[in-house]
Each structure stands twice: as C-alpha cells, then as structure tokens.
Design a protein around this ligand. Structure first.
Ligand SMILES: [Zn+2]
Length: 119
C-alpha cells in the first residue's frame, strides 16, 4: 500500500471513529439526563441512580477524551501534518501508521521515550 492510500484509509477510519464517539457521547449524555429520581424512589433506588450516574460520568469523560484525540489527528490532514512525528518531524513509518492510525510519533522517538520512562 502506498503512503497516499494508507493516509486515505486512515482518514476514513478516523472519521468513522470520530462519528462513533460523538454518537456515543450524545446517547450517554441523554442517558445521564434521564436518570432522575422520582417520588416513588427509596434510598436503595437513589443509591443505584447515583452509582449509575457516576459510571456514566466516567464513560462520558473517557469517550470525550478519545473524541478530542481523534479530532486533533483529523485536523492534521487539514494542515498536511498527518504522519509526521510530533517529536522529530520525520515521517512516521508506514508500518506504524498501518497498525495505529492514531500514531503521533515515529518508532525511534517512541523507543527513546520508552527508555526514558524506564529509567
Ligand atoms: Zn520521531
């Protein structure tokens, strides 16, 4: 697969992922708003509602974070910087982009950063 074909494939993958994350966010936010205690709720019901709200909050937070990350990568197509290492500004290897369309750094920088964090 040539670099351009790989970029086109990854862009459509990322746009689909962005769409999925946005749909999940909308549905989870709707679920969150619908979790309202009613007059017939007892203490047990309230505890369940509160716990469910907490879980939804975590899920919304994680999904929003991923959506933001994906959107930032999609912006790189617009600026022509997709596939360029954020650390050394060299091209990210095709093999890395094939495995991980969200890759931001090249293999060498990734390796060096791993070594640094292990020290
Ligand atoms: Zn690099």
């Amino acid at each position: 697969m040539c670099k351009e074909a790989l970029k086109i494939r990854n862009k459509s993958f990322l746009l689909k992922k962005q769409e999925d994350k946005r749909a999940t966010l909308l549905s989870k936010e709707r679920d969150f708003r619908s979790l309202q205690p009613t007059e017939i709720c007892d203490k047990g019901d309230l505890a369940v509602i509160s716990r469910e709200k907490e879980l939804l909050c975590c899920l919304i937070e994680v999904t929003a974070k991923t959506e933001k990350e994906v959107s930032e990568i999609i912006d790189k197509f617009h600026y022509g910087t997709y596939g360029i290492c954020e650390n050394c500004f060299e091209d990210i290897e095709d093999s890395i982009l094939k495995k991980n369309p969200l890759a931001k750094i090249c293999e060498i920088c990734h390796y060096e950063m791993c070594l640094l964090t292990k020290r």
